[in-house]
Design a protein around this ligand. Structure first.
Ligand SMILES: [NH3+][C@H]1C[C@H](O)[C@@H](O)[C@@H]1CO
Length: 625
């Protein structure tokens, strides 16, 4: 095919075009959020049940139970782990935590451990806690001792650092707190809010896991959608995500029953999200709850007042003036007096599930908040223009999960959209199944466990269309972003991980290649065949006077292209960054780097030819002006 490139650009490309969608779907707790202990504060569990002890185990016969503490460590954390040392025990006795399906222990790293404790009965007991990391087989990796007394029954906090001199050979390790059985015979201690942190990304306290954060940062994302997705909504109204329960000291955060089958600690809270955006230079696309929960309950018309106030407070926490707004003053007191950048606020998530009530929920929420925040752009989450909403949304969030073929054949999805000042956030998209008649089915029914080069090139084809239509598409993000392999709620994911490693997928490299090779203006060219198999986009990077051509070949045969450029000056050589692999090739824990981008030098010129490999995304960059 011959691609003739225009001499003039058609429109500027928004700086927010490529970014990340995030929600806690086995991706926050135990993932991006660096806390290593699972069930660290016994939040939202039923005392005196086995489930309440999830991830904890007894060491050397200690009697364990989660109790509703009559003197809780805080009102937000009513449960304690009660440990009794049976009479006649000898040797170290106490508790162990297995982490989030493992604990990675690296020599030379400094781990910060803490917990609160109180003796239930005062006594003359003097002893010490031994705080350590050991292999599941019982081999000590590192430990330290803290002298304690049972002089009173008041809560006290232990804070220690652990510096292993040896790395563990696997992630099958435990965090332990023990007493000497002989000395502590018969003692009962209540524990609360344990924590074990490794070094964090940019050393942020209560921060992010370095390897996952670095992998995400390397994509160069320009926005971060938070906090969801389904995980915003709650199965029932009382379980919705509430910003004010996720800020301030960890002792004040009750946690919540998340929407993906596990308790969220909310240690990764609104300020941690905003600081993360700041660290990566991303804009937040922040969601507010829209009065609907996944089980189907919606706040009645006219009763949204308290929820609109809560949303107003959430927005004021982000951008308010500390002198005029209590939530903004709270932000300042937490160390960020300046407002965070915020342009887009999304009203709910996938409200196409209940359009009948979204008409008044959108109306009441946006009417109130647009008045208070005239510079905020509110994004609607119902189907575009169905139902008709008032006020008329100027932004919609469009989600699509489909087959690789659908993506390859729908790169012109936005070409036919009316240019009527409405702009679009392609907030969730991914090729997830090979079975067009059962997109959300099981792997046995065509669901992908990991992206493949067929699915990733389908997405790349679709993305050339998003780039061409970036006059009305202002942001786009693959979903879901992250998932813990030992506790998956959804496949495929852009980046998988376990306690020890991170596994960027083929689709991750597609997202990264588009994001790191942005243009600031789109250059029209011969249009691809909408139902064909070969797709491209051409953009200009003015700062370097470069032209960047992205080519997706979505089938297993190489595709020759000839480019004809009208520019006075075109370099004779350029670079090609090529991601190519077999149709079903995936990066997985067994083949983590099976398909990665490879760079080469290519011949370019006013007219030049290029052969796109089978199942490939190519990014050609060369000086032309
Ligand atoms: N069901 C998908 C749509 C919803 O917004 C996300 O939480 C889910 C996974 O990306």
């Amino acid at each position: 095919v011959t691609v003739t490139v225009s001499a003039t650009t058609s429109h500027p490309i928004p700086t927010t075009l490529w970014g990340q969608m995030f929600e806690d779907i086995s991706s926050g707790d135990g993932g991006l959020y660096a806390e290593m202990l699972q069930n660290r504060a016994f939040q939202q569990v039923t005392p005196n049940t086995t489930a309440a002890l999830n991830a904890w185990h007894s060491v050397n016969g200690a009697a364990l139970s989660v109790v509703a503490d009559p003197i809780p460590v805080s009102s937000a954390l009513p449960n304690s782990l009660q440990v009794t040392v049976p009479a006649g025990t000898t040797g170290p006795v106490g508790v162990g935590n297995e982490g989030y399906f493992g604990i990675k222990v690296t020599a030379g790293s400094t781990y910060t451990a803490s917990f609160h404790y109180r003796f239930t009965t005062a006594s003359a007991f003097k002893g010490s806690f031994t705080v350590g990391l050991q292999t599941a087989g019982g081999q000590l990796l590192v430990s330290t001792s803290v002298p304690i007394t049972a002089a009173n029954t008041a809560w006290a906090q232990v804070n220690v650092t652990l510096r292993p001199t040896r790395s563990a050979s696997s992630t099958a390790n435990n965090f332990t707190v023990t007493l000497d059985g002989t000395a502590a015979s018969g003692q009962t201690v209540n524990f609360a809010l344990f924590s074990l942190f490794p070094p964090t990304f940019k050393n942020r306290p209560n921060g992010m896991r370095v390897d996952i954060a670095t992998t995400l940062a390397e994509m160069g994302p320009s926005f971060f959608r938070l906090p969801g997705g389904n995980n915003l909504e709650g199965q029932i109204i009382s379980q919705r995500w509430q910003w004010n329960a996720t800020v301030g000291p960890l002792l004040s955060r009750p946690g919540r029953v998340g929407d993906w089958g596990y308790v969220n600690t909310d240690g990764l809270g609104l300020k941690e999200y905003l600081d993360w955006c700041e660290d990566l230079g991303m804009q937040a696309i922040m969601a507010i709850w829209s009065g609907f929960s996944l089980g189907g309950a919606a706040i009645a018309e006219g009763a949204l007042g308290p929820y609109i106030q809560q949303a107003s407070d959430q927005i004021n926490f982000v951008i308010g003036d500390p002198a005029k707004s209590a939530p903004a003053a709270l932000r300042a007191s937490l160390g960020h007096p300046a407002a965070y950048p915020l342009k887009y606020v999304e009203v709910g998530n996938e409200d196409f599930f209940q359009p009948s009530t979204y008409t008044y929920r959108w109306h009441d929420i946006v009417t109130a908040l647009q008045t208070e925040f005239p510079n905020i752009h509110f994004i609607a989450t119902s189907d575009t223009f169905n139902p008709i909403l008032s006020p008329n949304p100027l932004q919609y969030d469009v989600h699509v999960y489909q087959t690789p073929t659908w993506f390859a054949q729908n790169s012109f999805f936005y070409d036919g959209f009316e240019r009527n000042a409405t702009t679009y956030f392609e907030g969730e998209y991914a090729a997830i199944s090979l079975n067009a008649s059962d997109i959300f089915g099981t792997p046995a029914d065509g669901r992908l466990l990991f992206p493949t080069m067929q699915s990733s090139t389908g997405e790349a084809a679709f993305m050339t269309g998003l780039e061409r239509n970036s006059d009305i598409v202002f942001s786009a993000s693959y979903a879901p972003l992250l998932n813990h392999l030992a506790n998956s709620q959804w496949t495929p994911n852009l980046v998988s991980f376990d306690a020890g490693n991170v596994y960027p997928s083929t689709s991750y490299y597609v997202q990264k290649l588009f994001s790191l090779n942005r243009g600031d203006a789109y250059i029209p060219s011969t249009l691809p065949t909408p139902l064909g198999t070969l797709f491209w986009s051409v953009v200009r990077k003015t700062s370097t006077q470069e032209v960047i051509i992205k080519i997706s070949n979505t089938v297993g045969t190489a595709a020759p292209l000839t480019f004809v450029l009208p520019f006075a000056t075109v370099a004779t050589t350029g670079t090609a960054q090529v991601l190519s692999g077999a149709q079903n090739a995936s990066n997985t824990p067994t083949t983590p780097n099976l398909v990665v981008p490879k760079n080469s030098t290519i011949r370019t010129g006013k007219t030049f030819s290029y052969q796109a490999p089978p199942f490939s995304l190519s990014v050609l960059t060369f000086v032309a002006h």
